[in-house]
Design a protein around this ligand. Structure first.
Ligand code: FNR
Length: 186
């Protein structure tokens, strides 16, 4: 019998018509049955303050609990100024504290960067990987996923309009599923 793994999907953009959100939804639709993927929203998570360490505000604690309950994580993010958008970095920081009680540790991870530009969010993708090294999140290395020209990839309903991109994301999510299983088995 297939074991279904619970995956928290974090979308780095808060924008309603976000290409990253459309990409995340497409990936969820293409995922194999062994992945139960759910977008975990962090729009209402307040800015991290180390003074909270005794007790987090409820929205921060609720977000951290959702990460803690997931078995794996997938980031789908744009690049802001060649790095990770602040809201996503804040969410990562919130769920990482207090020190020694990170919700991220050991969860297999992956990242898809998304941009209308040709560099395809490379800077955000790799800055995110840098934080994940410290947070002990083993990140899928291959295939890398840099989705460029994002403004040309979706139809009016937000569905993927490019067969190549659909096929690429399908291959990616299948490799990600194998990565999750292999790393959870360790
Ligand atoms: C951007 N954008 C951008 N794009 C990029 O490829 N590299 C970058 O460094 C930046 N920097 C940047 C900073 C800020 C503050 C904004 C608002 C935007 C453009 C960005 O890729 C574009 O707005 C995307 O559409 C944002 O992703 P979503 O919201 O569509 O997922």
């Amino acid at each position: 019998m297939t074991t279904v793994r619970k995956v928290a999907v974090l979308v780095g953009s808060l924008r309603k018509e976000s290409f990253s959100l459309k990409t995340a939804k497409a990936v969820i639709g293409l995922a194999p049955p062994e992945l139960a993927m759910e977008i975990v929203d962090f729009a209402d998570v307040p800015l991290f303050n180390q003074d909270w360490e005794a007790a987090m505000p409820p929205a921060a604690a609720a977000f951290k609990a959702r990460i803690a309950a997931a078995e794996a994580v997938l980031f789908v993010t744009p690049e802001y100024n060649r790095s990770v958008p602040g809201a996503l970095k804040n969410a990562i920081d919130v769920a990482s504290r207090p020190y020694g009680q990170s919700a991220w540790s050991g969860k297999p991870g992956g990242v898809i960067s998304v941009s209308p530009g040709a560099i395809s969010g490379f800077g955000a993708n790799h800055h995110l990987r840098q934080s994940m090294v410290f947070l002990d999140v083993p990140m899928l290395q291959q295939p890398e996923a840099y989705i460029g020209n994002a403004h040309k990839l979706f139809d009016a309903n937000g569905a993927i309009a490019s067969d190549d991109t659909r096929q690429f994301l399908q291959n990616f999510v299948q490799a990600y599923a194998r990565w999750v299983e292999r790393n959870l088995a360790r």
